[in-house]
Design a protein around this ligand. Sequence first.
Ligand code: ACO
Length: 320
Amino acid sequence: MTSKIIGTGSYVPVQVVTNDDLAKIVDTNDEWITGRTGIRERRVVMEEGTSHMAVEAARRALDNAGVKPEELDLILLGTASPDHCFPSGACEVQGALEAVNACAFDISAACSGFLFALNTMQAFIQAGIYRTGLVIGADCLSKLVDWKDRGTCVLFGDGAGAAVVRAEDKGMTHTVMRSDGAKWQVLSCISRTNGNFLNHQTPEPGYISMDGQEVFKFAVKKVPECIQQVILESNLSMDDIKYFVLHQANYRIIESVAKRLKQPMDKFPMNMDHYGNTSAASVPILLDEMNRTGRLKTGDRIVLSGFGGGLTWGATLLEW
Ligand code: ACO
């Protein structure tokens, strides 16, 4: 027994922020952002938070799958930007959906959040513990970036994507998840500085900080490695894979991964030009777009891969 994605959904805020809009608040320009990242515009929330986006994506995925909320056994939300320290965003989603029979919790793996949540769901289903699950990747990094830091604020967008997963004979076949905590400082966001009545300090919110070139080097090395691993373990070849659905951080990373895997770029769908880097949401948003536009056919073999802060990275090989 394995697990299969039987429905997808996504949600992005309506507010579009173009590169030209950002050039009005920091010293940047469309040519720099597009040339280095492939990003032209992103969506940014006005009122809604991470849980709201997650709930909307989840409702659409349940509708697409034809599954009722009460059928869900487990809800996993991959996010680095929950609305609250506690309860988890997944519990908020459960409440909003009235998924009364589910257990719900968040998974923290930054931009790898959806991939880690999906692989965790697969492990529970493969072990026979649960039968039907909801996996969500949602992030609202617009509240975590320093809007005065041109090195990071141009990269991200807000959004959520979701997949309904069910125990089936065919579906996910091989998974890999890795992390390297020694490099946590390469990409981080302090949620709140220390502060209490003893040290007389007031806790302050932190912002995303990133060593862009280290992230680049890490991604172009580790992503091909984990993709090769799931393909090798499955006794398939690269040519058997129809699409590689990668975290949408930037097009140069994806180009470099394609080159290292000796695979054509048309096997690497991309949408970061209009959504930016939506962190844990990027893989499921892209998957949902591909599903709804009919690009995915039954029997297609695809590899999903995520990478991000932690450092974390991983891949999933599945049959659609
Ligand atoms: N507009 C104009 N100039 C800028 C901007 C900007 N938005 N940001 C930085 N610069 C300037 C820098 O100040 C620097 O100027 P200087 O030479 O006068 O000092 C110059 O551009 C080069 O800066 P670098 O940081 O060296 O730029 P780099 O070529 O490395 O590109 C980038 C930065 C795009 C972030 C690159 O490192 C990269 O692609 N890294 C991958 C990381 C990534 O994609 N992160 C996304 C989030 S993490 C994740 O999803 C896993």
